[in-house]
Design a protein around this ligand. Structure first.
Ligand code: DAH
Length: 341
């Protein structure tokens, strides 16, 4: 009997020596120590075949084997788990001398860069910012701006209506009315924001951004407008840039002008950008129409004012040489990452 026990011990030791994995070791342990199917437990069943005198001695040596096996597997398990941990730690070691993986920092969108630049320039001349709602009343977007329902100038802007009285604003000019209604002059505001028109090609998008400017005070003239626009043009497009006013028409200004800047690409000699004219159109402007001042409760005999409105995307496209307005809305980081402050 003792021989049999000794053989089993040796078999366990031999089998264990060949195992390098704690899960396999657990299987081996089960093979011997499992209460139901284990080989050591099976030995105990042999007790039945022994005489009562033989039983205590047999029970003792099987129990000793069991105690030994328990200790043996515990120490084997500890040995393998320690080795496995060591291996795992070695694989996870960090080389602190490795160069860090590059993380490119986010950048502001060209529209935001231009809007911030404009706000900076005009804030330097005393302007503050007013932001109106994107869903606007027909009255603020058109009627109060001297464009009643039957006015042909409504056709200049293809409007998205939400209801007969509500629309997606087509111009930030609506902000002028909201400010003038509630503010006693002097007024000097900039109104940036998104505007919407049913229009879609390489230079137009159904959603785009505008920056409106409004100055109302005693004795304001068109010369004040041109002086401020000179400061704007020279800051945005370059020190040597000049401005030019051309007669135009907007219902809310009288007189109305289209403002050109001398071509900053060729210096005015003529090139592809200015279509050989030497000038580039950048915005619309004019003296606030008397009727608009009256609509807001401002006496046009006491106060005069000028207003202007420009497309932010247009300024960004000109300044950065972006050929298609869609590039500003596609969120392609290969394009957008090229712009920074
Ligand atoms: N609202 C005009 C447009 O969207 C731009 C504009 C022209 C604004 C003349 C003005 C202005 O304030 O005086 O086309």
């Amino acid at each position: 009997m003792e021989k049999q026990i000794k053989a089993m011990r040796e078999k366990i030791e031999q089998a264990a020596a060949a195992i390098q994995d704690s899960k396999e070791m657990y299987q081996l342990r089960k093979q011997y120590l499992d209460n139901k199917t284990g080989q050591i437990s099976a030995l105990m069943k042999n007790m039945r075949d022994l005489t009562p005198e033989e039983r205590p001695a047999f029970g003792k040596i099987v129990n000793e084997l069991k105690t030994w096996a328990l200790d043996f597997f515990t120490s084997q398990d500890a040995r393998l788990k320690a080795a496995e941990l060591e291996k795992k730690n070695a694989a996870e070691q960090i080389d602190v001398t490795m160069p860090a993986a590059p993380h490119s920092a986010g950048a502001l969108h060209p529209n935001t860069l231009i809007a911030n630049e404009l706000i900076d320039i005009f804030a330097g001349m005393g302007f503050t910012v007013f932001e109106g709602p994107e869903i606007e009343n027909d009255y603020y977007n058109f009627t109060a701006l001297n464009t009643p329902k039957d006015h042909p100038a409504r056709d200049m802007q293809d409007t998205f209506y939400v209801s007969p009285e509500l629309l997606l604003r087509t111009q930030t000019s609506a902000g002028q009315i909201r400010v003038m209604e509630n503010t006693k002059p002097p007024i000097k505001i900039l109104s940036p924001g998104k505007v919407f028109r049913s229009d879609d090609d390489a230079t137009h998008s159904p959603m785009f951004s505008q920056m409106e400017g409004l100055v109302v005070d005693k004795g304001i003239t068109l010369c004040d407008l041109q002086g401020m626009l000179d400061v704007f043009a020279q800051n945005v497009f370059g020190k040597n840039v000049k401005t030019r006013l051309r007669p135009s028409y907007f219902p809310f200004t009288e007189p109305s002008v289209e403002v050109d800047v001398s071509c900053f690409s060729c210096g005015g000699c003529g090139c592809r950008l200015c279509k050989d004219t030497g000038w580039i159109e950048v915005l619309g402007a004019g003296m606030v129409n008397r009727k608009v001042l009256e609509n807001c409760g401002i006496d046009p005999d006491e106060y005069t004012g000028f207003a202007f409105g420009m497309g932010i995307e247009r300024i960004a496209m000109l300044k950065y040489g972006i050929p298609n307005i869609k590039m500003l809305f596609e969120s392609d980081t290969r394009v957008l990452s090229q712009f920074s402050e």
